[in-house]
Design a protein around this ligand. Sequence first.
Ligand code: ATP
Ligand code: MG
Length: 354
Amino acid sequence: MTKTLLLLPGDGIGPEVSAVARRVAGRLISQGLALQVEEALFGGASIDACQLPLTPEVLAQAKAADAVLMGAVGGPKWAGQPYDKRPEAGLLALRAGMNVYANLRPARCFSALADASSLKRVFVDGLDILFVRELTGGVYFGEPRGVETLADGQRRGVNTHVYTTSEIHRVARIAFELARGRKGEVCSAEKGNVMEAGLMWREDVQALRDAEYPDIKLSHMLADNMAMQLVKNPKQFDVILTDNLFGDILSDEAGMLTGSLGMLPSAAIGDPGTPGLYEPIHGSAPDIAGRGVANPCAAVISLAMALRYSLGAPALADTVEAAVEAALDKGARTPDLGGTMTTAAMGDAILAGL
Ligand code: ATP
Ligand code: MG
């Protein structure tokens, strides 16, 4: 059966890196992959055309697709607007509408970049961590929330960290399933020493492991210790399971161990059989947008994740990742990796490996 991929190029460098992902998809289609690629407006581009960052039509198109591949959204042009007229509101609405509750963020180093001293960043050769971060609950969404002014004139701000067992189990299940295809090790982060809901997270994750995943080696770590361990000895981790807040922080931290923002993909997935949302970690990078020098690797590797988790083509996902690696091995580098290649030339180098 032909699967459908919806491309949402978005803003800034989003359309530039999406164009390369689209070329890669086109090559796979010409080699026999049964895939139909659609494209729609999203984010600032959609605001400019129809006053909304995400129209009901595009949301319906996303829910009907097998996978959605996003470029990036946002930029200075829309920054000062009311919240519902901002590109980022479209992204939150898309995630909510697609009911994707597990954010997958690989932090993986490509050995070819190990000697790229011009990265001027930490680089841990051989690093291969997969973060599974809960995306729809916790302190970012819990009620009550808000800021009130008290009788004495000072303000009181509230956000509430809330999780139910079913929310914890559904994201933990994804972590355990993915660990089975890797080293089989999951480390779960919380602050159970000071948070009741954190201790509950630990107990619920452990109970699911004991009942359904006895083959998985599960460990628990306090989130602050994990922040330290990620710097001290990051190779100890295989799959890391976190709530929304800790995962936001810890996966950003781990991402910086890999050399470049331009290499990092992500996925947001929900129940089996529902479409996943794939996107590079990086933003719209207004500082380099329009110059054709953005690194397209994160977008291409995000496409690989879509092939693996939503489009039923895990072998092709490996092929695409190998093509990126082969391009790097041959010295292909955009400026962020210390080279001089354009986005399109980097795309050519990746396509040469397909
Ligand atoms: P957002 O708030 O949208 O996440 P951000 O402030 O995190 O945005 P990015 O847009 O991700 O910022 O860019 C951060 C820096 O990394 C910028 O200097 C940008 O030029 C650079 N950068 C981001 N993505 C890429 C890429 N694909 N190729 C090259 N450089 C990039
Ligand atoms: Mg950012």
